[in-house]
Design a protein around this ligand. Structure first.
Ligand code: RNT
Ligand code: ZN
Length: 418
């Protein structure tokens, strides 16, 4: 089947494939920088383990060890993926020059100047994440610590992150989503569940007292059900984070990571639930396997369902900030990055070429028989042709063509990093 034939099939269902392709080209998707180096960053000793309830597994060769290597790898990823991109940076990816070093409470916009130059020359925006993990000042708690000095250090880090986010937004002319996530919690049954949450709440209040323009900097609070080593209790639970965001709608938005819920809960259903109240929300798209394992995103049912909800809720216009969050060190990292991004793009395009108005009409008029049959038959429409056309129009390789390029890059560049 040719693209023209596929287009006609969709047109028969009232779907304008060209319009869908044109629409997707304008939707920013934020790509996490941390797939390239196993979430290590450049500001601490890379031989120290990752802390804060997250873990990278695998030792595939080719991890980016320097800003230059990470940027080079990211360039390959950009060249292989269609769509409008942003880069999601973590504070630990600060770039220090001339032997200078600054601790996280003292980070400044200038430590991200190289990233601004990088983004400007590639025409992409940037999002930001304060890094409340993998640092000696995690005691192991951060913003919820009982230790005043520890808490103060991390609050100052949060405030510095707001200033850096403002800098990124202003330099790049695009809003900067700034996500607050901490791995604060306990491995075993706590004797005080309220105290840490009160301290966490007050600490976020203090961070957000740093002046910023909410149309430029969008602070988020990301919830989590548990983490490695913090299995019994997490301070920033779902209820905590949602309540915080709901009570602070003028300066913060909720962020849902689809690896951060009980295995039978689905974020796809939570998106419209939150959009009934919040004008704007944010997502981390990942793949949990039994738990928050941060596997590479697949074109699986839940990824498709999440993207359908984004499209159906009319949220491509900016009410859902889409970002990726996964890290796999067991396979080629550039391929891991690329296939996950392409899968999110595929799921978004699939959602855009779904006859959503027709399906909604079937639900609203109570014709559930036709709805069930239509939803099943849509699954075998010739989507592959539409995807290939989107890749061609975007100047990126079609399926089947990009992995050989990554393998070549592995031979030429990655295997030499020993
Ligand atoms: C951890 C959270 C968090 C991190 C990144 C690196 O469970 O999902 O978003 O993965 O900040
Ligand atoms: Zn996340």
């Amino acid at each position: 089947m040719s693209y023209m034939e596929a287009k006609a099939k969709y047109a028969a269902l009232g779907v304008d494939v060209e319009a869908a392709i044109a629409r997707l080209k304008t939707v920013p998707v934020s790509i996490h920088c941390w797939q390239g180096d196993d979430v290590r960053g450049f500001d601490t000793d890379p031989s120290k383990p990752l802390t804060g309830g997250i873990q990278t597994t695998g030792n595939y060769p080719g991890r980016a060890r320097t800003p230059e290597e990470l940027m080079a790898d990211f360039d390959v990823v950009l060249s292989l993926c269609p769509g409008m991109k942003k880069i999601s940076l973590h504070a630990c990816y600060a770039i220090f020059e001339d032997g200078e070093w600054a601790d996280r409470d003292k980070l400044e916009p200038k430590h991200f100047k190289k990233w601004v130059e990088y983004c400007k020359s590639r025409g992409i925006g940037a999002d930001f994440n304060p890094t409340f993990f993998s640092h000696p000042k995690c005691d192991p708690l951060t913003l919820s610590s009982t230790n005043e000095e520890t808490r103060r250090f991390w609050i100052e880090h949060g405030k510095a992150s707001i200033r850096i986010s403002t800098y990124l937004a202003e330099e790049l002319g695009q809003p900067c989503v700034m996500n607050i996530w901490t791995g604060d919690g306990f491995k075993d049954i706590p004797s005080d569940r309220l105290g840490p949450r009160k301290r966490y709440r007050e600490a976020i209040d203090e961070i957000l007292s740093e002046p910023f323009d909410f149309s430029k900097v969008k602070p988020c609070v990301e919830s989590k059900v548990f983490g490695i080593g913090v299995e019994a209790y997490t301070v920033g639970s779902s209820e905590f984070s949602l309540a915080y965001a709901a009570l602070n709608m003028d300066k913060c938005i909720p962020l849902m990571d689809n690896g951060h819920y009980h295995p039978t809960e689905v974020v796809s259903d939570k998106i419209p639930a939150l959009l009934a109240f919040f004008p704007e929300i944010a997502l981390h798209v990942t793949r949990p396997v039994r738990w928050d394992s941060d596997h590479v995103v697949l074109l699986d049912d839940e990824t498709k369902e999440i993207c359908k909800e984004i499209v159906r809720c009319g949220s491509l216009e900016g009410s859902v900030n889409i970002a990726l969050d996964y890290f796999d060190a067991s396979i080629n990292r550039v391929a891991a990055w690329t296939v996950g991004i392409r899968n999110v793009q595929k799921a978004l395009l699939m959602a855009l070429v779904t006859p959503n108005a027709y399906l909604k009409e079937l639900q609203d008029t109570g014709d559930f028989t036709t709805l069930l049959v239509a939803q099943e038959e849509i699954k075998t429409l010739p989507f592959g042709e539409v995807w290939a056309e989107y890749c061609r129009q975007s100047g990126v390789p079609e399926d089947g063509c990009w992995l050989p390029m990554v393998k070549q890059y592995e031979q030429d560049v990655l295997v030499k990093r020993v």
